[in-house]
Design a binder for this molecule. Structure first.
Ligand code: MG
Length: 308
């Protein structure tokens, strides 16, 4: 199976100017484009945890596996360059596809996204076993002249911003990950951001992580959180409210950013992205996660996030 797959990959992986030696040798060789710092991230997805393979188009699974990695590069405001892919396939295949056909469909999904962001699929490893499908991807990016965007730079008084709308990703967006790469690069280039990350485990939990990394607290303006239509739809058929979905659901893959009030208000005025940017709170001296009471006093907010 592996030989046939390698043949398919050799014929179907597009050339990339930075990829000197791709699939087929013992290791890949990349020309590193600048003398800037390399950003590396790795993330895996597994059948029955991150998706249900028997109910999902494997191209979407491939898309997601690469998308979550590109989202982490976006979170650092790094330009994606390359990725390596490790597949562990169910030996019996799935849904009428044998293991090789399954691998090819996964790769087709990855390749569409890789092309969109000019990422070289530099190589990988393929095995099969009697367990469920698991995909592990390591992605490489480069920082821009602005340097990496980190979680740790927020200061009390900074405003908290978010791209897009939150909650209910389980209705489909969790698979159709749209990594905010261009958005992060543009914002980091044009504005002085103090901190940033991507939201993968739910706004409440990830906001509390950003605050902890920055040594401050975060107070959310609950009435200003952009709630996705999916969160509203989901709330109609379970016991959580749309806001609870927006706060707690995982896998939004939107950007959570901080900036001084002047910069944040400029971003809001200019709305430079194709997706809306919204101010949803501020950084405060008191560590922890907070919401505002009726008298603008800080009340503790539960940071419970996404549970698989
Ligand atoms: Mg992340």
């Amino acid at each position: 199976m592996e030989l046939e797959l390698v043949r398919w990959l050799t014929e179907n992986l597009p050339a990339h100017p930075l990829l000197r030696i791709g699939i087929g040798d013992d290791a890949a060789v990349l020309r590193w484009p600048t003398d800037g710092d390399l950003v590396v991230t790795t993330d895996g997805v597994t059948d029955e945890v991150d998706f249900i393979l028997s109910e999902t188009d494997p191209q979407l699974v491939g898309h997601k596996a690469l998308g979550v990695n590109l989202s982490d590069l976006a979170a650092m405001a790094a330009e994606p360059v390359a990725a390596v892919v490790s597949l562990v396939l169910p030996r019996k295949g799935c849904g009428g596809r044998d293991a090789k056909e399954l691998a090819i469909e996964l790769y087709r999904g990855m390749l569409q996204l890789a092309e969109q962001f000019n990422v070289a699929i530099a190589g990988g490893d393929t095995n099969s076993w009697d367990g469920p499908l698991a995909i592990s991807i390591t992605a490489f990016g480069q920082v821009t002249q602005r340097g990496p965007l980190m979680r740790s730079g927020a200061k009390p008084g900074d405003l908290l911003l978010v791209t897009g709308a939150l909650g209910g990703s389980i209705l489909g967006r969790h698979l159709r990950v749209e990594p905010r790469v261009r958005e992060a690069l543009l914002l980091n280039e044009r504005y002085e951001l103090s901190a940033g990350m991507d939201i993968s485990d739910g706004l409440a939990l990830d906001a509390s992580r950003l605050a902890a990394a920055s040594g401050c607290g975060v107070a959310l303006r609950l009435d200003q959180i952009p709630i996705s239509a999916d969160a509203v739809r989901l709330a109609a058929c379970d016991r959580a409210t749309p806001l609870e979905h927006a706060l707690g659901d995982g896998e939004d893959f939107e950007l959570l950013l901080t900036a001084s009030p002047e910069v944040a208000e400029q971003i809001i005025r200019e709305q430079p992205l194709g997706v809306p940017v919204t101010i949803i709170g501020e950084c405060v001296d008191q560590r922890g996660l907070w919401k505002y009471g009726d008298q603008r006093q800080l009340l503790p907010l539960d940071a419970s996030g996404y549970r698989h």
